[in-house]
Design a protein around this ligand. Structure first.
Ligand code: AMP
Ligand code: MN
Ligand code: MN
Ligand code: MN
Length: 310
């Protein structure tokens, strides 16, 4: 039995359709999952339906972008109202910002690097939606051979501070937290061990600011933070009496992250966030991470059969 409350589908920047993400979770033995696409709930209905068919417990989720001290901070909303008017309005605003930023990124590629069509290419990679992420640009650049690897697109053009990383001002931490609470969801700070601050107390300040705003949990373990950070985050959760979340943050086989449900698990003395959402499951035992290098034969066959092994 495993639990994973953070992963992505092609409704944002993941590779698989929402239904296929659920199928993969079923194959991997995930018993409780949440789909948490960036700034959109559009994959949730399909995923929830498939999860019912597959007997997987499903929590509707989202990973909302916020800006704090000039940095993008991600806040997962678990148990949010996927289809409410407030949700639609909130993310329509963010999508408009993402589209405008995507157009600007496309202009910079053309003006400074002579690379034409990046905006249109990214929209295509995003499945026609305008909920554009830098990852869509990176995937397009790699597909078109402008860079040798997906990661090289970030290193050369798109990482923070690089020429095509157009800064954006997402809603503040308290705006995002208010929105999530307002729809009946629980705000969980995503991958706290991944943010870059000059001093470690600044991360602690961020977490306290998030909690003052009404945040109730942090991802103590995450496939997208260094495992060395997990123990420190467990201590923070204990100190501040925050509930514990966990997730693989899986997107695709492009990255070396652990597959759904195979991220590290947090210590059993912490209060699991899912219990606050009415799911009466204990903290599961940890399982070995499964990465693209260590795919089991059955999982590899599934990717091949589904046509997702790029
Ligand atoms: P965006 O929300 O459009 O700013 O894109 C943020 C996403 O880009 C993150 O969630 C990561 O998946 C990816 N990303 C950001 N910086 C890097 C980096 N240096 N290397 C690889 N991926 C990155
Ligand atoms: Mn992403
Ligand atoms: Mn994130
Ligand atoms: Mn994520």
């Amino acid at each position: 039995m495993t639990i994973d409350l953070h992963m992505h589908s092609c409704a944002s920047d993941g590779a698989l359709p929402p239904e296929a993400v659920v199928d993969l979770c079923a194959l991997l033995g995930v018993e409780l999952m949440s789909l948490t696409d960036h700034d959109t709930t559009s994959g949730l209905a399909a995923a929830a339906r498939r999860a019912r068919e597959k007997n997987i417990r499903f929590i509707p989720g989202v990973e909302a972008s916020s800006t704090y001290g000039g940095q993008s901070i991600h806040i997962v909303g678990l148990g949010i109202d996927a289809d409410g008017e407030a949700t639609k309005r909130f993310f329509a605003d963010v999508a408009a910002k993402r589209e405008a930023r995507g157009r600007r990124i496309g202009e910079i590629f053309a003006e400074r690097f002579g690379i034409e069509g990046a905006y249109e290419g990214a929209v295509e990679r995003a499945g026609g939606t305008k909920n554009l992420s830098r990852t869509h640009f990176a995937a397009w650049l790699h597909d078109k051979g402008f860079v040798p690897t997906y990661q090289a697109a970030f290193d050369k053009y798109l990482r923070n501070g690089a020429p095509c990383a157009v800064g954006n001002v997402w809603p503040s931490v308290s705006e995002v937290v208010d929105f999530i609470l307002g729809t009946g969801g629980l705000p969980v700070l995503a991958h706290p061990g991944r943010y870059r601050f000059q001093n470690s107390w600044e991360l602690y300040e961020l977490i306290k600011c998030f909690q003052r705003a009404g945040g109730v949990g942090i991802e103590v373990t995450s496939g997208s933070q260094p495992t060395a950070a997990d123990a420190a985050m467990a201590d923070v959760a204990r100190d501040l009496k925050l509930m514990a979340g966990t997730g693989s943050d899986w997107h695709s086989l492009r990255s070396a992250r652990p597959l759904p449900g195979t991220q590290p698990m947090f210590p059993k003395d912490l209060q699991p966030i899912w219990q606050a959402l009415g799911v009466d499951l204990p903290v599961p035992d940890p399982v070995p991470p499964m990465t693209p290098e260590t795919l089991s034969a059955s999982v590899r066959r599934w990717f091949e059969a589904a046509g997702f092994l790029s």
